[in-house]
Design a protein around this ligand. Sequence first.
Ligand code: LHQ
Length: 265
Amino acid sequence: MRTDFQHLLVKQDGGALTITMNRPEVLNAFNDLMLAELTEVVETAAQDEAVRCVVLTGAGRAFGSGQDLHSLVEGRSSGAVGSVSEHLQKYHRVVYAIREMPKPVIAAVRGVAAGISCNIALACDLRIVSDDARFIEAFARIGLVPDGGGGYFLPRLVGVGKALELSMLADEVSGPEAERIGLVNTCVPLEEFEEATRALANRLANGPTRAYALIKKLIYTSAESDLQTSMRLEGELQDMAFETEDHQNAVVAFLQKRKPEYKGR
Ligand code: LHQ
């Protein structure tokens, strides 16, 4: 995997790949190049068996401030940005790649996550945040609707009423409040954030990777399924999980009263 990106820092530590969006002077706002680079690295990580967990984070004091509004205005006046929905398809490609990634994706959020950066964090499987985190569905502030899948993820994470409130009022949600309402999984003090993120990523990178991929499929499909359909899928997925080396070795390890070592196979 290449790592010489202009607006991303990409670092692998064991099975955990950390992707850091790196435009701190604009709080990691997305321009076209950063979006294209993110798409490339996420799609490549999906295929790479050496990567067993992905962490998405931001450089400096923020996770991300959404679409770069300077480049949006320039793109509009030069005609480079045609319809917004066409432009959005480039973001959708990243959102799909995260959701379809056959391994866990963690958003590690410190500081602000606004606009489409906020919704890309919501597309990830797990969110760990620092207590200085600020989630802002900023769209209504500039007369827009939540995009990047926000209209889908928000009500599923926090319920319809809260999703409407966050979208319409576009007020900040702090890290502790985000944890309380279920928008994120864990909020930790800023000074513990890096270590807690590393520990979570390592834990997942050393887990039963194939089972994690099947778990993603089961849980994400359930929102569109009835119980019968979900339990039919559960059977198909369990057939696959049952055949994995990780499952078989973990059962032997349990019976021998030792810790399992998962290989991701
Ligand atoms: C920025 C940005 C930014 C450029 C901070 N752009 N420079 C819509 C349409 C079409 C297609 C795709 O998707 C979308 C979806 C969207 O994402 S729409 C939403 C776009 N984002 C926003 O509306 C948020 C705009 N930013 C803000 O409201 C504030 O900057 C927040 C609340 C994020 C952070 O506030 P502060 O902590 O007070 O920081 P700041 O405002 O001082 O920002 C620091 C610098 O970053 C500053 O530059 P400067 O040169 O003055 O130091 C900002 O201009 C720049 N910046 N966001 N999105």
